[in-house]
Ligand binder design. Structure first.
Ligand code: NAD
Length: 496
């Protein structure tokens, strides 16, 4: 399916290690594929475990060198400067993400313009990581705590929103004083490789942020299992997250996991159906459904199901598919070949398992990696499309008779990333939000995130939270310091 282009037409990218743009020690490269044209457009280093090792050593040296010696306020100023450079280069970075991932230029431009807000939010936190003086019942002791950087962080990221999801780790981690080795997705490495060059320009010492592109099972695994990494911050599938967590535990390395989802949108009979239909479309068809928080299961009260499905199907049928760079386009291609095959396999099993295809369920006429937005009705909980994360534009529709049934259906999944409640009844809205087993619930809305609001999953959707005030604590170690004040000699055989 992938066409090849003349090697001279490819854009070339380098690894970024210790402030230097370098090739892989192996000399190996691979082509990143533009999913709109289904042809290679960029030549990217295929990093090896040796490259990972070099990068980890650089990150360690920066930690115990010039970066570690900076005052927190100076760190904050550098992060602020980085935000300004991202603002300047937002269009260029968005273009790289569109080439690699096929998402809409208008969405990626918006994402790139939101990144500085994350860096500024955490820049302001760098000099506010205060310890505390703890009142103690031990006579003649002063006890205080220090929040020290956890150390070298491995950031492993997926292909759907490469720089946004990297930023969710990097901004808080830099504020805490950590250094980073980043392994971007094999499908979307170029924006991270280009972005890393901004750090030198912003004035960061070399080695604070290093990027090694390469494939998951070799390069990613080498990073997750590196014994000199202090924390692994991973975003990706639940399947890979389990492997990454196991590799980290083997070294007693801390880890956070932001994983997949199968989120429910619950629409009650009293909901504003026009708003709900719009929220359902935003939740599952925006970004071609390739978001962890996709609201891929519509649970609708039986009294309004027919009307809501009609509205959703009508809107799905009018979605404009096309060139991700065209401002009129509403849905781009599926992001890569393996993901395209996976979506097609869901269409096939939905048919085999007896679902009704209310709309879509097949490749789009545009060819390439394009598929139609798809609405499946008459589904049952056992069907693959209902139980598995598709990570594509596939909505399943189930009905419920009352609130308990709706909540039970929403929670009948091992995932717990997000969900929504659509109702005009304020009591029910908050009651149901509290009962949904998920890290984020929207009421009469869907798909909004912000630097100051924690995000993360329960159950199979992950461990830990990114964003918000508390996220920075995940990048620190708390040290308690006991100071004996009397100078007296103590009994060596009693505790305390
Ligand atoms: P993936 O798990 O295939 O890959 C994620 C990253 O892990 C990539 O960089 C990959 O190269 C690397 N990797 C693969 N195998 C590895 C291994 N053995 N050891 C270490 N690293 C390895 O996920 P993906 O297909 O890139 O992304 C889609 C998934 O990410 C979906 O499941 C989606 O829900 C999830 N996601 C979650 C969030 C969130 O915040 N919870 C956000 C976006 C995406």
């Amino acid at each position: 399916m992938t066409a090849t282009v003349n090697a001279a037409e490819l854009q070339h990218f380098s690894l970024l290690i210790d402030g230097d743009e370098v090739p892989s020690v192996s000399g190996r490269t691979y082509d990143s594929v533009d999913p709109y044209t289904a042809s290679g457009w960029a030549c990217v280093p295929d990093g090896t475990p040796d490259d990972i090792d070099r990068a980890v050593r650089a990150a360690r040296a920066a930690l115990s060198g010039p970066w570690g010696a900076l005052t927190p306020a100076a760190r904050g100023r550098l992060i602020w400067r980085l935000a300004e450079l991202i603002e300047r280069d937002a269009d260029e970075l968005a273009e790289l993400e569109v080439r690699d991932g096929g998402k809409l230029l208008r969405e990626m431009s918006g994402q790139m313009r939101s990144l500085p807000d994350y860096y500024r939010y955490y820049a302001g936190m760098a000099d506010k990581l205060e310890g505390s003086v703890i009142p103690t019942d031990k006579p003649n002791f002063l006890v205080y705590t220090r929040h020290e950087p956890v150390g070298v962080v491995a950031a492993i990221t997926p292909w759907n929103s490469p720089l946004l999801l990297l930023t969710w780790k990097l901004a808080a981690g830099l504020a805490a004083g950590c250094t980073f080795v980043i392994k971007p997705s094999d499908h979307t490495p170029t924006s991270s490789l280009a972005f890393a060059k901004l750090f030198a320009e912003a004035g960061f010492p070399p080695g604070v942020v290093n990027v090694v592109s390469g494939w998951g099972p070799e390069t990613g695994a080498a990073l997750a299992s590196h014994p000199d990494v202090d924390k692994v911050a991973f975003t990706g599938s639940t399947e890979t997250g389990i492997k990454v967590g196991q590799a980290a535990v083997a070294n007693m390395t801390r880890f956070t996991l932001e994983l997949g989802g199968k989120s429910a949108q619950i629409v009650f009979a009293d909901a504003d159906l026009e708003a709900a239909a719009n929220g359902v479309i935003a939740g599952v068809f925006a970004a071609t459904g390739q978001t962890c928080l996709a609201g891929s299961r519509l649970l609708v009260h039986e009294g309004v199901a027919e009307e809501l499905v009609q509205r959703v199907v009508a809107r799905a049928a009018s979605i404009v598919l096309g060139d991700p760079r065209d401002p009129a386009t509403e849905m781009g291609p599926v992001s890569n070949g393996p993901q395209y095959e996976k979506v097609l396999s869901h269409f096939a099993s939905a048919r085999e398992q007896g679902a009704t295809i209310a709309y879509g369920g097949e490749p789009a006429e545009l060819g390439g990696f394009f598929v139609k937005p798809t609405v499946l009705t008459d589904v049952s909980p056992q069907m693959r499309a209902v139980s598995e994360e598709v990570f594509g534009p596939v909505l399943t529709v189930s009905t419920f008779a009352d609130e308990d049934e709706a909540v039970a259906a929403a929670n009948s999944t091992p995932f717990g990333l997000a969900g929504s409640v659509w109702t005009k009844d304020v009591h029910r809205a908050h009651r149901v939000a509290a009962r949904i087993h998920a890290g984020t619930v929207w009421i009469n809305s869907y798909r909004t995130v912000a630097p100051h609001v924690p995000f993360g999953g329960m159950g199979a959707s992950g461990i830990g939270r990114e964003n918000g005030i508390d996220a920075v604590a995940d990048f620190t170690e708390t040290k308690s310091v006991w100071v004996e004040l009397s100078g007296a000699t103590r009994d060596p055989f009693t505790l305390g």
